[in-house]
Design a protein around this ligand. Structure first.
Ligand SMILES: Nc1nc2c(ncn2[C@@H]2O[C@H](COP(=O)(O)OP(=O)(O)OP(=O)(O)O)[C@@H](O)[C@H]2O)c(=O)[nH]1
Ligand SMILES: [Zn+2]
Length: 447
């Protein structure tokens, strides 16, 4: 599956993952939760696996239940009970609150639980029920979230309102699906790169889905120049080793292979959808839902009339033994600041190149392998620009370019142009040589 393939050898690969593990551990320790929230799965505590299992067993015996967070609406947490296999049963829902003790601590994270989190909850005995056993104020049974398990993976950003907090958007996912649309709105590659960095950091496989390819056929929207730039961009990612699927979610019959490929990639997994607003995340997701299968052959448009607009992250059950977390489109995506070594490991195409300095930031240092590779066109300017933007903490915001540091962009653009001119010059010289050769041949023929 698509993850960077540019490891030089196994040692390097191991090195990379060790670093990532270290960073993950550090990040864990600054979470807003206290250690005892994690009693169940906490590897830092002196507990053996058996002791932890026993502990869970006894908690469950005392009325605690295993659940998976499927939607969070402010303080209302929707939980699906988990079956023995650890899979959420989305028809078995509870409406929970979080135990009060979790609110009394300093915030480091926006929410105590997020969609995808695995938790232990207990039925809320303070709730009044009617004679049929239904809660008086809602049609869902009520509970209280008591413990949360450690996350195996997450995608997060800086909280736009409180930059010192972390906003975890997706937890415990097996595959990140970065959705963008080729047009309306155009692909924000800077955003794609930021999601890719997160996926690399968490070591989660990732697939880039480019939706609305039907619009590429519209010549008034996509002229020749646009198409060329678009194709070149896609090639950059494919060359790095990322899987890029081009699809038309609105008329899936136009891209049947892409639909098939996605169904295969999603099968049996918890898939997290990420991307900008309006790119068609829900539309792509709906291709994997049972209702869609029934309607697709007649008139796919009908289905969209009843389409829900995503306002909260929610976990949905798909028809291929998979689950998906759909996220509402986000408008800004700032990821935490990482040091150059960590960040450049998240750009797999940088990994093969060695620099003079071990701690090279690939920015101003002499004898930088990455910059040399850039000049030799082995690394793309676009990705390098993203790298510098993220390194320098430049923000990605709706309506702005990939990054906002004008002088840096001007400098890169000048170098990019210089390289292009040199290449063009080379081609021209080849052409001139070719022309001369033809002239010579012509002359000879004339003779
Ligand atoms: N032309 C074209 N339009 C599409 C395609 N897929 C989706 N759309 C349209 O794009 C718009 C947005 O689609 P959604 O699926 O709601 O996008 P989303 O990413 O879930 O949006 P948010 O819920 O705001 O995050 C809708 O009007 C869709 O009909 C496609 O393949 N081609
Ligand atoms: Zn370097």
């Amino acid at each position: 599956m698509a993850r960077g393939k540019n490891y030089i050898n196994q040692d390097e690969r191991r090195d990379h993952f060790q670093k990532i593990e270290k960073i993950k551990k550090e990040k864990r320790s600054v979470r807003g939760r206290n250690e005892d929230d994690w009693i169940i799965d906490n590897p830092d505590q002196d507990k053996t696996k058996i002791a932890i299992k026993e502990q869970i067993k006894s908690l469950i015996k005392n009325g605690m239940r295993r659940g998976r967070v499927i939607e969070v609406q402010k303080r209302n947490i929707f939980i699906a009970e988990e079956n023995e296999k650890g899979m959420p049963e989305t028809e078995n829902l509870w409406l929970c609150s979080v135990a009060k003790r979790h609110f009394q601590r300093a915030h480091k994270e926006r929410n105590f639980v997020v969609v995808g989190d695995r938790i232990l909850f207990e039925p809320d005995i303070g709730i009044e029920y009617d004679q049929d056993g239904q809660p008086l104020d809602s049609d869902l049974p009520r509970g209280v979230v008591q413990h949360a398990f450690l996350r195996t993976s997450k995608i997060s950003r800086k909280d736009p309102m409180h930059p010192e907090w972390e906003h975890v958007m997706l937890a415990n996912i097996d595959l990140v699906v970065i959705v963008a649309s080729v047009l309306n709105p155009e692909v924000r590659w800077g955003l794609v790169d930021r999601f890719l960095v997160q996926a690399e950091l968490e070591n989660i496989p990732v697939v880039i889905v480019l939706n609305k390819v039907d619009l590429l056929l519209n010549t008034s929207l996509a002229n020749k120049e646009f198409l060329e730039t678009y194709k070149r961009r896609v090639e950059i990612y494919r060359n790095i080793g990322y899987e890029v699927v081009e699809i038309c979610a609105l008329k899936p019959k136009k891209t049947p292979e892409a639909v098939k490929q996605l169904r295969k990639l999603f099968k049996g997994k918890l898939v997290g959808f990420a991307g900008h607003s309006g790119v068609g995340k829900s539309s792509v997701l709906n291709l994997m839902r049972p209702e869609f299968e029934q309607i697709v052959d007649d008139n796919p448009e009908i289905f969209y009339k009843g389409r829900h607009t995503t306002t909260y992250n929610s976990l949905l059950q798909l028809d291929i033994g998979a689950y998906a977390i759909d996220t509402p489109g986000i408008r800004s995506f700032n990821i935490s600041q990482y040091d150059a070594i960590t960040l450049s490991h998240c750009f797999p195409e940088f990994r093969p190149y060695k620099c003079k300095y071990r701690e090279c930031s690939h920015d101003h240092e002499p004898n930088c392998g990455v910059k040399n590779a850039l000049e030799e066109a082995k690394i793309s300017f676009e990705r390098y620009r993203s790298y510098l933007g993220i390194l320098k903490g430049l923000s990605f915001r709706e309506g702005e370019g990939d990054s906002t540091d004008a002088s840096m962009i001007a400098d890169l653009k000048a170098r990019e142009q210089k390289r292009d001119e040199e290449q063009l010059n080379n081609i021209n010289q080849e052409n001139i040589a070719e022309e001369r050769l033809q002239e010579i041949i012509k002359i000879k023929e004339d003779e």
